[in-house]
Design a binder for this molecule. Structure first.
Ligand SMILES: Nc1ncnc2c1ncn2[C@@H]1O[C@H](COP(=O)(O)OP(=O)(O)OP(=O)(O)O)[C@@H](O)[C@H]1O
Length: 354
């Protein structure tokens, strides 16, 4: 690791007439080290696939550059064609040749003898040997995606781009393949860029994750830094599903409808306006006249996650599994005293008080 493999500098892109549609991507800066797996994470429509397509050579940027292995491969005046980049791609819908069997799908376009022994090795590595004569429609979703990965890796690319490769797979196969991905890329000495909108997936397997919003990168960091030091409320909310609550500041008092916060004044560099708290820092209790309304609940390991409406806002609250609160109940909402929250701007730690 640690030598820059791919560098995206000040990249912007717009589809069609930019003056009408605005920019899809704006001022993107990103670098990828040799052997690193980088996640592009963000909500639908934030520009993840567009960024991947520019790196692959299918789109031209209107500003900025992409440098790969010290060569400029994309700029507003030059785009090296995708097939000459030496970059592999794996798609959500597999994109396999339906009329070719597993072996021929992997070997498609390979010419050298050396490539055939690599194809054999990949067949083994991805557990596809026994299916080598089958056609794509005779494989399960997980097997097809393994074949997609084997095919992308067959020409020995040193970078593989993966666009939501696991999203159409069932949960168990998704977990298994996710965990296999780093091992397979490592075995092939390849770096990877993985597009996903699933924080668990990105944080679970990527070395670093770039969190995107509306065509920009809000933060690019390791899982631990994104979880413990989110740079913006959006990152905290999207990555950890934390709650964002407006703060009212009067003299030394920072209050919210659910309690107040205690913060060391010398830590504050700017007037805080948002408090971020996780779902374990709030509690709800049944109350006929409570201002909260339980909209839904979902099972999460050993607890319930309730979605509670308060005015226009939806809060996520974790409660023990034996909670007898039901959808449609009204409830009181309060902070759990002594838990920590973060004030923005600045991500300043504070203590909650109910
Ligand atoms: N070919 C196109 N022509 C015009 N606009 C497009 C085109 N492709 C994508 N867009 C728009 O560009 C924006 C970013 O799309 P993109 O597919 O990059 O987002 P994404 O983050 O990958 O979304 P998702 O997670 O839903 O796949 C969206 O507003 C989308 O409607």
């Amino acid at each position: 690791m640690n030598n820059v493999h791919l560098e995206v500098t000040n990249l912007s892109h717009g589809y069609g007439d930019i003056s009408d549609n605005g920019l899809t991507l704006s001022g993107i800066n990103l670098s990828l080290d040799q052997g690193e797996l980088l996640g592009l994470l963000g909500p639908s429509g934030c520009g993840k696939t567009t960024l991947l397509r520019i790196i692959a050579g299918f789109e031209k940027p209107c500003e900025g550059s992409v440098v790969y292995q010290n060569k400029n491969i994309s700029s507003p005046s030059y785009v090296l064609p995708p097939e000459r980049r030496g970059i592999g791609m794996v798609f959500q819908d597999y994109a396999l040749f339906p009329h070719l069997n597993v072996w021929k799908n992997i070997c498609f376009g390979l010419t050298k003898k050396h490539d055939m022994s690599r194809a054999n090795w990949l067949l083994e590595l991805l557990g596809l040997r026994e299916f080598r004569k089958r056609f794509p429609h005779e494989l399960s979703g997980g097997q097809r995606q393994r074949l997609g990965l084997a095919r992308a890796l067959a020409p020995s690319p040193s970078l593989v781009l993966l666009d939501e490769p696991f999203s159409s797979l069932d949960v168990e196969v998704r977990y298994r393949l996710r965990n296999e991905l780093s091992r397979v890329l490592n075995s092939c000495s390849a770096s990877g860029i993985l597009v996903t909108h699933d924080p668990q997936e990105a944080l679970g397997i990527c070395d670093r994750v770039a969190v995107m919003r509306k065509g920009s990168i809000e933060q690019c960091a390791s899982a631990i830094d994104l979880l413990t030091k989110p740079k913006t409320p959006f990152v905290g909310n999207f990555v950890s599903q934390n709650n964002l609550i407006n703060i009212v500041h009067k003299k030394d008092d920072f209050s919210t409808p659910f309690g107040s916060v205690i913060v060391k004044p010398y830590l504050l560099k700017a007037e805080p306006n948002i408090l971020m708290v996780d779902q374990d820092s709030i509690e709800i209790s049944y109350s006929e006249n409570g201002k909260g309304l339980i909209k839904s609940r979902e099972f999460n390991n050993n607890s319930w996650i309730f979605r509670v409406q308060y005015g226009e806002k939806i809060l996520r609250v974790s409660m023990p599994i034996d909670s007898d609160l039901c959808i449609g109940n009204n409830c009181d909402i309060k902070f759990i005293s002594g838990k920590y929250g973060y004030l923005f701007p600045g991500c300043i730690s504070c203590v909650l008080k109910s």
